[in-house]
Ligand binder design. Structure first.
Ligand code: ADE
Ligand code: ZN
Length: 319
């Protein structure tokens, strides 16, 4: 039996497996510049976040209809359930779809078609988190929030993702203030490739409750002390860090040092179709490469529920 866990850092577009990408390409008459899944998989060699993002945005052009988003989410939920996931807080990137003429309604309603049956079918409760692309303008983020207003009953929070360096959190102050005023929860990617100052800024300026990645906090002792004191959860993604070369090897991942420092860490998959594994695979990888004890692994699983946006009674049931 895999350890029951919550997944808090998962881009639904990053769960698009090559087989489904080709199926949707055929269904929608989209030409992919790869002969087959084998050739596509050969492109999964990344030098950094940007080289990954190039492929991630290219491949998601096969997603066009509500049914496509429903199929994508169902495929993820089935795989996640098999790896012990009981609760998933799912990121989506509407700007990447709006730019291609795919409406907010198509994306949210399509995902919702899968999510509304997730508890009875997969035993997974879910939340949706709308992410703003930080390499797009602040105005575009505000327009995106506006476009999401008819769907706010389906959206729990907002996040910030895409190319980090050169796009500090402060750029998105206004849209995060507007999101907070609408009652949305707030998270942001920070300290994946970007400096520790971006983590501090995400906390101070955007008011985030969780930091996605947050790996580079380890370069700033005072920041670590603050994150420990305030019990700010970090959603770490070990296999992603290796594939995007933010750490050289898994054996050198700072997760054990972060746990020893008292940080509230969780383990997640980020973009599992691209990085060689779903969340259970990330747990297995840190167990074997970092020699984490069973007690540490249970702590990581427990943290995932504590750091989630579940209400207390839901959280107890999910665990
Ligand atoms: N979008 C999808 N995966 C991402 C990651 N790891 N960092 C930033 N943006 C992303
Ligand atoms: Zn991410």
């Amino acid at each position: 039996m895999p350890l029951p866990k919550a997944e808090l850092h998962l881009h639904i577009e990053g769960t698009l497996e090559p087989e489904l990408a080709f199926e949707l390409a055929a269904r929608n008459g989209v030409e992919l510049p790869y002969a087959d899944t084998g050739e596509l998989r050969k492109a999964y060699e990344f030098e950094d976040l940007q080289t990954f993002l190039n492929l991630y945005y290219e491949l998601m052009t096969v997603l066009r209809t509500e049914r496509d988003f429903e199929d994508l989410a169902n495929a993820y939920l089935a795989r996640a359930a098999a790896q012990g996931v009981r609760h998933a807080e799912i990121f989506f990137d509407p700007q990447a779809h709006l730019a291609r003429g795919v409406g907010m309604g198509t994306v949210v309603e399509g995902l919702w078609r899968a999510l509304q049956h997730s508890e009875p079918v997969h035993g997974i409760s879910t939340r949706l988190i709308l992410c703003f692309l930080r390499d797009e303008s602040a105005e575009s983020a505000l327009e995106t929030l506006e476009a999401a207003k008819p769907y706010l009953d389906r959206i729990t929070g907002v996040g910030l993702d895409s190319a980090e360096v050169g796009h500090p959190p402060v750029k998105f102050r206004e849209v995060y203030e507007a999101a907070a005023a609408l009652g949305l929860r707030r998270v942001a990617h920070a300290g994946e490739e970007g400096p520790p100052e971006y983590i501090t800024e995400a906390l101070d300026v955007l008011g985030v409750e969780r930091v996605d990645h947050g790996l580079r906090c380890m370069e700033d002792e005072q920041l670590v002390a603050r994150l420990v004191r305030d019990r700010i959860p970090l959603t770490l993604c070990p296999l992603s860090n290796v594939r995007l070369r933010t750490v050289d090897t898994l054996a050198e991942h700072p997760l054990p040092a972060m746990l020893d420092a008292g940080l509230m860490c969780t383990v997640n998959s980020d973009d599992p179709a691209y990085f060689g594994g779903y969340v259970g695979d990330n747990f297995d990888a840190v167990r074997s490469s970092l020699g984490l004890t069973e007690e540490r692994l249970r702590e990581l699983a427990r943290n995932s529920f504590l750091a989630s946006f579940l209400e207390d009674d839901e959280e107890r049931r999910a665990r």
